[in-house]
Design a binder for this molecule. Structure first.
Ligand code: ZN
Length: 411
């Protein structure tokens, strides 16, 4: 089963990018009473469009099913909060935002970012489809509209005189089923002199570093800069600047403006990145075809390590319960016989079980009580933070292990 046509350019999809088998939706954490019930599994198979090179999944569930009781609260990661705060200060200065400006964040989560604009006296509106998460934002003083963003919401806001000076979205572009409707909506909501910034994981880094575990059902599109440029240009928006950032294993922050707004010149970084992606082969089908073997090799490496550790009588547990861990463990077939349990700081995940593989999730203290030999870091993008928090494991000779780009013990 493959998606019939490209979600951006509608060309037929023929080229397989990564086939990760059958997998449950990565945020469907289970309660103890769910363990004896049937679970939903869907093919987790990414394809690449040979005409526009958008890497994409087919949509199996409606966004309403996936996001209405979303367990991910952005505010549980210290490094992510610091990133958000730094962004608001930089943008306030760069765009000269003040009390007369209007900032809209799409997928504003629990107000983790907009709270810092509110603090600086800049009017904001969050747009967030998960009602339970939006309620937390409202309690922080962040006005939040419980809705999915698209052309319709944009037209309604624009008609109410609420066009934006800044529209931002972090890790939302990749999650949008109707990419064209979403980008067109931003174009309609943006003031003539306004700026859009979007952050998303960079496909170039995903490919170079074998980050196949960042492929999950909720994540419909995997974008290079070149593809993002094509999508925005189709809706009258020009990418005039770009930052490369370490978040989520390597992300891009793109800056867009109306194509006719020549007051904001195009940075030299744009041509430089375009050239680098071209040199890496991102405009050639063969490059995408070669990725499949990288994925299979990473799986063999993880299984070799886990089986070797078990045969040597070692205890291995996980750290973190991120969506990417669910992709990795389901694709590799790792259950409690190879990984006893995992831990997570989020109380929303503690006491629950990972979907598909049924690995229990405890509070981080469990590691200090059970003293395992190895701790496999599932949110490898937060490696430094986790190694610092959990440095105590070294007291009994415990060691950290990373699964991506290939399994290795951290010395
Ligand atoms: Zn296409």
């Amino acid at each position: 089963m493959k998606p019939a046509t490209c979600r951006f350019c509608a060309a037929a999809l023929e080229l397989s990018f990564a086939d990760l088998g059958m997998s449950p939706p990565s945020n469907s954490y289970l309660n103890p009473e769910d363990l004896n019930r049937m679970e939903r599994f869907y093919p987790l198979h990414a394809w690449v469009c040979e005409k526009c090179f958008l890497v994409q999944l087919e949509e199996f569930e409606t966004p309403e099913q996936i996001f209405s009781d979303y367990a991910y609260f952005s505010s549980y990661s210290d490094s992510w909060l610091a990133h958000a705060r730094a962004y608001t200060h930089a943008m306030k200065q760069r765009l000269g935002l003040g009390p007369a400006s209007f900032v809209v964040e799409i997928a504003s989560n629990d107000g983790y970012l907009l709270q810092y604009f509110v603090e600086q006296g800049v009017p904001v509106l969050g747009i967030e489809p998960a009602a339970n998460v939006a309620a937390v934002a409202e309690r922080k003083g962040v006005p939040t509209l419980v809705k999915f963003f698209g052309t319709k919401t944009a037209v309604d806001l624009a008609a109410a005189g609420r066009k934006a000076d800044l529209i931002l979205g972090n890790n939302v572009l990749a999650h949008v089923p109707d990419l064209n409707d979403f980008v067109r909506g931003m174009s309609l909501l943006l003031k003539p002199g306004g700026v859009v910034t979007m952050e998303f994981p960079h496909l170039l880094r995903l490919m170079v570093e074998s980050q196949f575990d960042t492929i999950y059902h909720e994540h419909f599109s995997y974008l290079s800069f070149l593809v993002a440029e094509r999508v925005f240009a189709a809706h009258g928006l020009t990418l005039f600047d770009v930052d490369e950032m370490p978040t989520h294993g390597g992300s891009l922050r793109i800056y867009a403006r109306h194509a006719i707004n020549a007051a904001l010149p195009v940075s030299t970084k744009v041509a430089e990145l375009r050239e680098r992606e071209g040199a890496a082969g991102l405009e050639r089908a063969d490059t995408y075809r070669a990725f499949a073997e990288q994925v299979r090799s990473a799986k063999r490496g993880l299984l070799k390590f886990l089986i070797g550790a078990k045969e040597a009588g070692k205890r291995v547990v996980g750290y973190g319960a991120p969506a990417k861990g669910n992709t990795l463990l389901n694709y590799c077939g790792v259950r409690t016989d190879l990984l006893e349990y995992t831990v997570d700081r989020s109380p929303h995940k503690q006491g629950r079980f990972l979907p598909g593989v049924h690995i229990p999730v405890y509070a981080p203290e469990r590691i200090m009580q059970t003293r395992p030999d190895y701790v496999l870091i599932l949110p490898w993008n937060l490696k430094d933070e986790i190694v610092a928090q959990m440095a105590g494991i070294r007291a009994w000779g415990g060691r950290f292990v990373l699964p991506i780009p290939e399994t290795r013990v951290i010395e």
